[in-house]
Design a protein around this ligand. Structure first.
Ligand SMILES: *[C@@H]1O[C@H](CO)[C@@H](O)[C@H](O)[C@H]1NC(C)=O
Ligand SMILES: *[C@@H]1O[C@H](CO)[C@@H](O)[C@H](O)[C@H]1NC(C)=O
Ligand SMILES: *[C@@H]1O[C@H](CO)[C@@H](O)[C@H](O)[C@H]1NC(C)=O
Ligand SMILES: *[C@@H]1O[C@H](CO)[C@@H](O)[C@H](O)[C@H]1NC(C)=O
Ligand SMILES: *[C@@H]1O[C@H](CO)[C@@H](O)[C@H](O)[C@H]1NC(C)=O
Ligand SMILES: *[C@@H]1O[C@H](CO)[C@@H](O)[C@H](O)[C@H]1NC(C)=O
Ligand SMILES: *[C@@H]1O[C@H](CO)[C@@H](O)[C@H](O)[C@H]1NC(C)=O
Length: 464
């Protein structure tokens, strides 16, 4: 072999090595907060059908890890929030957890990421914040001890870990965690060549300010909107790049300019409540397809601050999950319905040309809803639970349930639990919405634009 060939081969080898370390692949978050989801083996089949190359779970469910054995899906497993504090001060406990939850499945199940906790720095319990990095160090030690060499240890954080994200060059970590948590975290990630795992959604900043942020910019489909950061001089063509770079600049500010980003979650809701904007199938399909196209492009595009870099990612989520608390959007992030059907077509390997997709339903909620909304009992609500929700709503006082008391305008028909509960829900929500009251009641309630009033019984409404 001549010297030239040798050099060429070494160069190629080097190139292969670097790109093999992390290839542009897209995974899916397999959340399980639903009581109607397909079982793990079926779910694994569906994940493969989406052409995902990775899957992230929010625990270490042995049924799922078993179902993933022998597949070529790379897997991310999570250490639950609740045990972080104990693990942080007890190496035996860390060893036991890894031994019980990871070792039995490795390497046949291709576990590659061990995420310690979920959005810990967004949780109200501040004790866990300060135990996070010590727990990660112990988990890392166990990973080494059991020779799980391919596993990186990290922790996914949400955008609220920043106190400033605009302009991107002004990205700064929150002062309550910057020195005591984030700096040691970055030192750990840098030393172990791991990633900064970030949950990043353009939907949230856009939906809270749809006037100043253009929808197309948030959906990565703006043709002629750009933003130039006045300090860095970098020009942005979409909101996702801006958000990612704000984290890059925040890390740089703390002295760590080179830690790789890993998108631990991104996505867009395909539905939600009437009082929520822009949550629909059209936008969800558009956002997720554009993210796949961007992240799978070859050569990689990266972001303005890190052009040409690979950004590995997990899309959130595999299924619409009916038991997630919070506003309706939370239960509508799925690529699939629980009945296994696609919410819209998507190919995470980016091999299907856009022209092959069927047309999407025209969005009807891209402008804020204007009109009245009522809060009524959802279909199929459990009567036992409904009765206790009714007394909860009435117990909030302020005359919430006066109309359904004997002699009230909505007292009759007296045996109708559903009508009484609907009245109580509407009344509760109308009075307490502006102080944080929601129309949810553990899934028993749903918003409607159709006036449920009957006879002389008038339901209170929220007017937007
Ligand atoms: C943590 O450790 C304490 C003391 O050993 C124990 O009482 C507690 O149940 C543990 N917590 C968890 C979540 O395991
Ligand atoms: C650490 O955890 C192990 C296993 O649960 C337990 O037996 C031991 O008592 C713990 N050590 C301390 C100092 O709490
Ligand atoms: C930059 O971030 C700081 C907080 O870290 C904030 O006070 C300031 O307003 C931000 N600058 C701009 C231009 O938004
Ligand atoms: C981060 O890691 C790189 C590569 O190992 C090293 O050169 C650098 O000094 C580290 N940075 C800090 C601030 O420790
Ligand atoms: C470009 O911007 C102009 C003015 O902001 C707008 O009217 C037009 O629709 C945009 N064109 C495209 C292709 O987005
Ligand atoms: C209704 O809810 C109660 C309390 O949660 C539960 O015990 C019962 O099994 C449920 N009934 C049905 C039909 O699901
Ligand atoms: C309570 O009732 C009053 C009078 O109807 C109303 O103005 C107020 O908004 C209600 N809600 C709360 C939280 O006080």
């Amino acid at each position: 072999m001549g010297l030239f060939t040798f050099l060429l081969l070494s160069l190629l080898g080097l190139a292969c090595y670097t790109s093999a370390e992390i290839s542009p692949q897209i995974g899916v978050c397999y959340g399980q907060l639903g009581n109607n989801l397909p079982p793990p083996p079926k779910s694994v089949e569906l994940i493969k059908n989406l052409k995902a190359n990775r899957v992230k779970i929010y625990d270490a469910n042995p049924e799922i890890l078993k179902a993933l054995k022998g597949t070529d899906l790379q897997v991310s497993v999570m250490v639950p929030n609740e045990i972080i504090t104990n693990i942080s001060s007890n190496q035996t406990l860390a060893d036991q957890w890894v031994l019980a939850n990871v070792v039995p499945f490795y390497p046949e199940t291709m576990i590659r990421y061990l995420l310690v906790g979920n959005e810990i720095l967004s949780q109200p319990d501040t004790t866990t914040w300060f135990n996070l990095v010590p727990a990660m160090r112990r988990i890392k030690y166990s990973v080494k001890k059991y020779k799980l060499h391919k596993i990186k240890v990290g922790t996914p954080l949400a955008m609220d870990v920043l106190e400033s994200s605009f302009p991107p060059s002004n990205g700064t970590f929150r002062s309550d965690v910057s020195v005591k948590v984030v700096k040691p975290l970055l030192q750990f990630l840098n030393r172990t060549k791991s990633f900064f795992f970030l949950d990043v959604y353009t939907f949230f900043p856009w939906s809270s300010d749809p006037i100043n942020i253009k929808l197309d910019y948030a959906l990565l489909m703006a043709k002629n909107i750009t933003y130039t950061d006045p300090v860095s001089g970098l020009t942005y063509t979409n909101l996702l790049d801006q958000m990612l770079d704000s984290v890059v600049f925040a890390m740089k500010r703390l002295g760590y300019p080179n830690i790789r980003l890993f998108i631990a979650e991104t996505g867009w809701p395909n539905g939600g409540d009437i009082d929520q904007i822009g949550c629909n199938i059209y936008n969800a399909a558009t956002y997720n397809r554009n993210v796949v196209k961007k992240l799978m492009s070859k050569p990689p595009v990266g972001t303005p601050a890190r052009p040409g870099t690979v950004l590995p990612a997990f899309l959130f989520a595999l299924y619409n999950e009916n038991q997630k608390p919070g506003p309706g959007t939370e239960r509508h992030f799925g690529l699939l319905y629980p009945n296994e059907k696609n919410v819209y077509e998507i190919d995470l390997s980016a091999k299907t040309p856009e022209s092959e997709y069927k047309p999407l339903p025209i969005p009807t909620n891209n402008e804020p809803y204007k009109g009245k909304i009522w809060c009524v009992v959802a279909k199929g609500a459990n009567r036992t639970e409904l009765a206790s929700a009714l007394s909860y709503a009435c117990g909030q006082g302020n005359g919430t349930c006066d109309p359904i008391q004997p002699g009230g305008k909505c007292y009759k028909p007296i045996k109708s639990l559903v009508r009484h509960a609907s009245l109580a829900f509407s009344s509760y929500w109308a009075q307490f919405r502006n102080v944080g009251g929601t129309c949810y009641f553990n899934g028993l309630a749903i918003q409607t634009a159709k006036d449920p009033s009957y006879g002389s019984c008038k339901f209170p409404s929220v007017t937007l």
